[in-house]
Ligand binder design. Structure first.
Ligand SMILES: Cc1ncc(COP(=O)(O)O)c(C=O)c1O
Length: 380
């Protein structure tokens, strides 16, 4: 099997057949000339199929060690497509610590139409096992979680789900296929917000679903075409370009984040640093086992809203903003931003406090980022 970067550069990205163009053209067309009435051809309408999207879908499927990839116009529409496999009366076990928008979709859109959810601390697989009921159809996890950087044991969840004949899906946005491939651990479906590291430059909104199973793929393809939440050919082309440098970018994200996490962890003004690459992280060994490196996301407990304001206000290169995974560093305040839709009580239980700040460490020069961090620490 070719290596990760070789796959990222070549899978789905062979030279175009007509002209030999080495980059996939942007097929900016909604429809295609049909040869003859009644003669069905592969390309008929762009919501259903588009060559640029097809190339991107081949690429993401290969990167995730799957067989079938489906591109969506956002991470949320990818999640919605995967959850469409369920019907009213079905029960889902989901992580209690995940992206706020996913929780909002589950609790405010799917629960009212009769899909039941149990939110469980997935760090402990026995809790997942004991939440299974006769109606459980899906186990849904994020790892590492957003924003607490907790890990879920992919192998244990994959085995449990298979043993009990339950579907499993993992949102692999934080880790990216460079750091881990959930399908390799027996997970059925991998989901991405490609808006983050896969796009990598904070300029594309998109999502993806990958599976190795043809029955699941058939249904996802049907939902993709039925809802029509597909990305434009231009966005697919940007993604094809972005993934070619995913490994290089991820190495730089991981290296910078590790240095920053260690610096923050040494500072007496900082109450806690959440980063799976710190040996003090309770799941450090699991991270070493299932991830190639530890990622570019670091969450920091500054102690109070006041401190969070001072800390974020002093940063220059870390721009205050939603989202993550771009080459540029970002800082976010989960309570008022990404996780505002999570009820306050649940946030408190999880440790998403007013003093919590989440850093998406970019690939700028580490000396400059460290200077920025020193300035922010000096305000506390
Ligand atoms: C882990 C995770 N999953 C899914 C999403 C949703 O993706 P999108 O914003 O592309 O719809 C996000 C967005 O922040 C996320 O962080």
């Amino acid at each position: 099997m070719p290596g990760f970067s070789t796959t990222a550069i070549h899978a789905g990205q062979e030279p175009e057949q007509v002209t030999g163009a080495v980059t996939i053209p942007i097929f900016a067309t909604t429809t295609y000339a049909q040869p003859e009435l009644g003669e069905h051809v592969k390309y008929d309408y762009t919501r259903t199929i588009n060559p640029t999207r097809e190339a991107w879908e081949t690429s993401i499927a290969a990167l995730e060690n799957g067989k079938f990839g489906f591109a969506f116009s956002s991470g949320m529409s990818a999640i919605a497509a995967a959850l469409s496999l369920l019907k009213p009366g079905d029960h889902v076990i989901a992580g209690n610590d995940m992206y706020g928008g996913t929780y909002r979709y589950f609790s405010k859109v799917l629960a009212p139409v009769g899909i039941e959810f149990s939110y469980v601390d997935m760090r402990d697989v026995t809790r997942v096992a004991s939440a299974i009921t006769g109606k459980t159809r899906l186990i849904y996890a994020e790892t590492p979680t957003n924003p607490m950087m907790n890990l879920v044991d992919l192998g244990a969840i994959g085995t449990l789900a298979r043993d009990r004949e339950i579907l499993s899906a993992v949102d692999n946005t934080f880790a990216t296929p460079y750091l881990q491939n959930p399908l390799d651990f027996g997970i059925d479906i991998t989901i991405h917000s490609v808006t983050k590291y896969l796009g990598g430059h904070s300029d594309v909104l998109g999502g993806a679903v990958v599976t190795a199973q043809s029955e699941i793929a058939e249904q996802i393809k049907f939902y993709q075409n039925s809802y029509g939440a597909v990305p434009s050919p231009f966005d697919c082309w940007l993604l094809l370009r972005s993934v070619k440098t995913l490994a290089l970018r991820m190495r730089a994200h991981c290296e910078n984040a590790h240095i920053i996490a260690e610096r923050l962890a040494r500072d007496p003004a900082i109450k806690n640093v959440y980063y799976p690459g710190l040996s003090s992280h309770p799941q450090y060994e699991l991270a070493r086992h299932q991830m190639k490196d530890f990622g570019g996301m670091v969450s920091v407990e500054t102690g109070s809203l006041e401190n969070a304001k001072k800390f974020t206000g002093a940063l220059t290169y870390f721009t205050l903003g939603e989202s993550l995974g771009g080459v540029e560093s970002l800082v976010c305040h989960p309570v008022t931003m990404t996780h505002a839709s999570v009820p306050e009580e649940r946030r408190r239980e999880l440790g998403i406090t007013p003093g919590l700040v989440r850093l998406s460490v970019g690939i700028e020069d580490i000396g400059d980022l460290l200077q920025d961090i020193e300035r922010a620490l000096a305000t506390l």
